[in-house]
Structures are given as structure tokens and as C-alpha cells.
Design a protein around this ligand. Structure first.
Ligand SMILES: *[C@@H]1O[C@H](CO)[C@@H](O)[C@H](O)[C@H]1NC(C)=O
Ligand SMILES: *[C@@H]1O[C@H](CO)[C@@H](O)[C@H](O)[C@H]1NC(C)=O
Ligand SMILES: *[C@@H]1O[C@H](CO)[C@@H](O)[C@H](O)[C@H]1NC(C)=O
Ligand SMILES: *[C@@H]1O[C@H](CO)[C@@H](O)[C@H](O)[C@H]1NC(C)=O
Ligand SMILES: *[C@@H]1O[C@H](CO)[C@@H](O)[C@H](O)[C@H]1NC(C)=O
Length: 318
């Protein structure tokens, strides 16, 4: 198959201190550590984002429009803060490794505003880009459903769903609540020599009790199965990235997003995961520019830098 030529990327030197077992919430000490790492790399990150932004824009449009584009209302000043994510930030109940497939377009025909998500991965120990790490994405569709879990309701709290399923002691990656083998809006791709990866998708919708978010994991020492899913690897980062409230209001006013009316969208400021990730000097907000240089509702390019702490490693399968 087409995949086989890039099947195996291995042995990214990292001092593996395993944290097996279930994911737990980041402690104050961990948050402080990430904040310190982020602050230490902030100048590198600023320069890196600047280079990336220029590259990503010049690739797609004539250079004369670049300055205009960067001054559009959705573009925030270059962010030196990095989203430093470690395995401790929760993967959430909709992680399903068997459906995460090697590809750069995970849309599968799902309707919504096109999103090209550029992720840069930095090693926070050196502030340098990490090449050859596998970046793993998953998010819900425009009406709040996750593939592989589309049998579960999007309009109920997860605790209620688990209670209805008679699931006690839910453990991410161990408890199996998947309902189907559908794979939309799930994909993975390795970083290039600039630590960059681009994934094509749509702007996510939302489900009950959570702010709009995209799940991202970063794996090292990864080995794929023949069908492009992960056989084994080490997870050095698990996190969620978010979007600006004003942008969300604009996108959620459009169909099919606007068809979800049975419950309210949770805003970032009320979302525990958002608040947990954004404590201190780092930043889990995706910066966006309109793809056509004009209107973000026609599609957007988003970017976010993920700082990886290669000393915090979780191996799988466990
Ligand atoms: C952010 O990065 C830019 C570019 O490297 C640098 O000029 C600026 O001083 C940095 N700002 C902070 C607050 O570190
Ligand atoms: C850039 O501008 C040139 C000259 O106007 C035009 O031929 C070309 O198609 C443009 N490229 C893009 C990507 O818009
Ligand atoms: C890939 O293969 C694994 C193992 O056979 C299977 O469990 C999984 O469902 C397959 N995934 C896809 C997307 O084909
Ligand atoms: C989202 O996925 C669910 C489950 O597959 C599907 O019923 C629904 O139509 C999808 N939403 C949109 C907007 O297509
Ligand atoms: C959960 O348990 C109740 C009571 O034993 C039972 O009626 C119900 O069918 C169970 N639900 C599922 C999804 O197994």
C-alpha cells in the first residue's frame, strides 16, 4: 500500500520516564513547570511562528496580500506563548486509536467551514522543532458527533451517558464505549524537518458541556499497522486546542453548525480543560487567517505551536 514507504519512523532519542495508567489532571507543579518551559522558549517561538506564518501564507497567495491578511480581525499578534501539553492533559472519552488513520485530509465529506490546521511541534528542552513525530488529531463534526462514537448522544453530559451505559470506573483507552468503525475527522501525519504538520479538516462544532476544541496528541517511536493506524508508540503530548470566542460566534451562526439548538455552547471561559491548559504563560488558542485573505467563513488556516516535554512519556499499548 501507499503507506508502506513511510511506515516506520522510530527512535527519537528521548529519556523515557513512563507514566503508565490513566490520565490525570495536571498538578500545580506540572503547570508551573510548563509555564517556565514556555517562557524560556518564548523568543524562539515568536521567531518560529513568524517564519511559519510567512511560509504558510506565501505558499497560498500573492505576497502583496500578506500584510492585509495578517491585519484581519481574526489574526492576533504573533504569539510567543506556546501550548505546552504533556500526557497528563486528558485525551477525553472519544479517543479511539483504531480509527486514527495516517492521512492529511480527514474531512471525509463532513460539511462545515474548511480548516487547514498547521501545527508546529517544538521540543521544550531545546526550543527546537521536532522532526518525524506523529501528530494525531480528532474532533467532533459540525453537529457535535465523534466518529466511532456516533451512537452516543451529543446533547447529554458525559456522566449521564456513562450512567446510561452502566459504565462505572471509566478509564480512557481502557473502557470501550465506541459504537461504530466510522473514521471521519480523525487523522495523523508526521512532522517535517521544520517540525510542521498540516491537517485538512473542518471547523469543529460542539457537544454538551464542552467548549469547541480539537484533540491533539504527539507520538514518538511510532509504528503503524498496514491500514495506517497506530500499532504502538510513545505519547509525549496530549492536549486540546481552542478558538477565539468572536470567531466561534461567527462560524456557529452558519449552517450546519446553527442547527444545534437543543443546548447552549459552552464558552472557553467556562470550560475546565481550557482553563487548566491556559494557566500561566502558555496558550492553547489557534491563531487563524482567512484562506482567501478576506473572509474566514470561506475557510481558514489555523496555526498553533505545541511544546513537547519529551521527559513526560506515556507508552502504549499498556
Ligand atoms: C516575542 O518574539 C519576538 C520575535 O522573536 C521578540 O522580538 C519579542 O521580544 C518576544 N516577546 C516576548 C514578550 O518575549
Ligand atoms: C499571483 O498573481 C499573478 C499575477 O497577477 C497571477 O497570475 C497568479 O495566478 C496569482 N497567484 C495566486 C496564487 O493567486
Ligand atoms: C485497522 O486495523 C485494525 C487491526 O486489524 C482494526 O482494529 C481497525 O479497525 C482498522 N482501522 C481502520 C480504519 O481500518
Ligand atoms: C455528524 O455525524 C452524525 C453521525 O454520523 C451524522 O448523523 C450527522 O449528520 C453529522 N452532521 C453533519 C452536519 O453532517
Ligand atoms: C443498565 O442497567 C439497567 C438496570 O440493570 C438495565 O435495565 C439497562 O438495560 C442497562 N443498560 C445497558 C446499556 O446495558
Amino acid at each position: 500500500m501507499h503507506f508502506l514507504s513511510i511506515l516506520i519512523t522510530a527512535s527519537l532519542a528521548s529519556s523515557a520516564i513512563a507514566h503508565p495508567g490513566p490520565h490525570r489532571k495536571a498538578t500545580r507543579a506540572e503547570i508551573a513547570r510548563r509555564g517556565e518551559l514556555s517562557a524560556r522558549c518564548s523568543e524562539h517561538v515568536g521567531q518560529y511562528n513568524d517564519r511559519r506564518r510567512k511560509r504558510s501564507l506565501s505558499k497560498r497567495q500573492n505576497t502583496t496580500t500578506v500584510e492585509i491578511t495578517t491585519e484581519s480581525p481574526y489574526y492576533h499578534t504573533i504569539q510567543n506563548e506556546t501550548c505546552v501539553l504533556t500526557p497528563e492533559v486528558t485525551a477525553g472519552p472519544y479517543w479511539w486509536r483504531n480509527s486514527q488513520t495516517l492521512r492529511q485530509d480527514m474531512t471525509e465529506g463532513q460539511p462545515g467551514v474548511p480548516l487547514l490546521l498547521d501545527v508546529g511541534v517544538l521540543d521544550m528542552a531545546t526550543c527546537e522543532p521536532l522532526e518525524g513525530v506523529l501528530v494525531d488529531f480528532w474532533h467532533c463534526n459540525a453537529t457535535g458527533k465523534y466518529s466511532s462514537f456516533s451512537g452516543l448522544p451529543a446533547d447529554e453530559p458525559i456522566d449521564t451517558i456513562l450512567a446510561e451505559l452502566n459504565v462505572t470506573d471509566f478509564e480512557i483507552g481502557k473502557s470501550d464505549i465506541h459504537t461504530d468503525e466510522v473514521t471521519f475527522l480523525r487523522g495523523m501525519w508526521p512532522t517535517d524537518r521544520n517540525g510542521m504538520v498540516e491537517m485538512k479538516s473542518i471547523f469543529p462544532g460542539f457537544y454538551y458541556g464542552r467548549a469547541i476544541h480539537i484533540h491533539i496528541q504527539v507520538h514518538t517511536d511510532w509504528v503503524l499497522r498496514e491500514n495506517g493506524t497506530l500499532a504502538s508508540g510513545k505519547t509525549v503530548s496530549t492536549g486540546q486546542v481552542f478558538f477565539d470566542e468572536a470567531l466561534e460566534q461567527e462560524i456557529m451562526a452558519l449552517q450546519p453548525y446553527a442547527s444545534v439548538t437543543e443546548f447552549d455552547r459552552l464558552t472557553n471561559d467556562l470550560d475546565n480543560t481550557y482553563n487548566n491548559e491556559n494557566t500561566g504563560a502558555y496558550n492553547a488558542l489557534v491563531s487563524v487567517v482567512p484562506m482567501d485573505g478576506k473572509d474566514v467563513t470561506n475557510g481558514m488556516i489555523g496555526y498553533v505551536t505545541i511544546g513537547v516535554d519529551t521527559e513526560a512519556v506515556e507508552s502504549f499499548p499498556v
